[in-house]
Design a protein around this ligand. Structure first.
Ligand SMILES: [Fe+2]
Length: 368
């Protein structure tokens, strides 16, 4: 199977993977033949790319980093948990509210441990594109993705279990304050005006103010909410702190946060592919983001995920079949068109092999 832009899909194309609702219900089953009306409906639901099954991509299986059941359970837990904790805003917590919060923190920890087990038992580079889900409210899915990326990055940093768990909780709750930002602002197609931007920016302080009062939550977790928009050069918010004044957890979170934001579809812009998201992060290396964290992150992510169509510097076109841990940017490719753009009998080229060093991926897209 391979990844294609929905814009390039015609009726009759077979779905390679099922498409899920935010709550985890199957909307379209793997193997369904797309019709014009399905394609139109998916576009209206903000689906941008889908996996399809065709002759050229036969036998290419996409590896899921985290099973769909766990992703679904986690999204529901995050939604309920964030709403429970947000209810504490501005009120003196009742005994009942305190019990509820304690329960929430425990469920978060359980979900978080399940994710950790998954990441450590199946060490592979992350490919969150592998699951196509409709997102009605992107705060929860975003929080989950940021948690997965941050944990992987924390593991690569060699952090202790305690530290990884704190980062995990910080990532799950980093955007808590967004529940108080008007949905019209959160989902506004187009640029925010000055006043709207101020309201949006307030979410980090709002989240901090709630979390720091919750007894069961370590203070450093509240600081993850407060500092995840701070930048190395001091041009971030809310305080504009610089370099090592920014907590190491927040440096990890900011990388995970921006990567997920730009590689997810939003009403105001289409999603970038992972290699484009990574390029964007690297353009802010040392100014916006910590360079060491970026280098580590590059090894956490399937920059060219399986099923992606790529073009080599000699003009050949192929589909990514396999990635390699030792060289995530140089996968194995099934060549399907020659230098002249003619379809050929497919064969594989492994870019990670020394003999192929002059070959480079010059273009990658969901369909070229
Ligand atoms: Fe945020």
């Amino acid at each position: 199977m391979r990844l294609v832009k929905l814009d390039h899909c015609q009726s009759g194309i077979k779905l390679g993977r099922s498409i899920y609702s935010e709550k985890g219900k199957i909307l379209l089953t793997k193997g369904t033949e797309l019709t014009d009306s399905f394609i139109k409906r998916l576009k209206n639901l903000n689906i941008y790319t889908v996996y399809i099954e065709d002759k050229a991509s036969e036998g290419i299986d996409i590896v899921e980093s985290i099973p769909i059941e766990l992703l679904n359970e986690a999204t529901n837990v995050i939604k309920e948990g964030i709403e429970t904790i947000a209810e504490l805003n501005g009120t003196k917590p009742t005994f009942k509210a305190m019990i509820e919060t304690e329960k929430t923190v425990r469920t978060f920890q359980k979900i978080f441990r399940d994710i950790m087990t998954c990441l450590t038992e199946n060490p592979s580079v992350l490919n969150l594109l592998a699951t196509t889900k409709i997102h009605e409210s992107h705060v929860y899915t975003h929080s989950l993705n940021v948690t997965i990326y941050s944990c992987q990055l924390a593991i690569k940093n060699g952090m202790s279990t305690k530290e990884i768990e704190e980062i995990g909780l910080g990532a799950l709750l980093h955007d808590l304050g967004k529940i108080f930002v008007a949905p019209e602002i959160l989902n506004k197609p187009g640029r925010l005006n000055g006043e709207e931007y101020q309201q949006m920016k307030a979410h980090s302080q709002l989240g901090f103010d709630i979390l720091r009062k919750v007894h069961e939550i370590p203070l450093v977790v509240a600081h993850c909410a407060l500092q995840h928009h701070e930048r190395i050069d001091g041009r971030g918010y809310p305080r504009g702190i610089k370099g090592d004044k920014i907590h190491p957890y927040a440096k990890i979170l900011s990388v995970a946060d921006v990567f997920d934001a730009v590689t997810s579809h939003r009403v105001y812009r289409p999603a970038m592919l992972p290699h484009q998201g990574m390029e964007l992060l690297f353009s802010g290396s040392g100014t916006q983001f910590d360079t060491k964290q970026l280098k580590l992150f590059k090894n956490c992510i399937a920059i060219y995920p399986q099923g992606l169509t790529v073009k080599l510097n000699d003009g050949r076109l192929g589909i990514v079949t396999k990635y390699h841990f030792h060289s995530v940017g140089r996968p194995t490719i099934r060549i399907i068109k020659d230098e002249a753009g003619q379809s050929i009998t497919p064969y594989e080229v492994d870019l990670s092999e020394r003999g192929n060093l002059t070959l480079e991926i010059v273009e990658a897209d969901a369909l070229l």
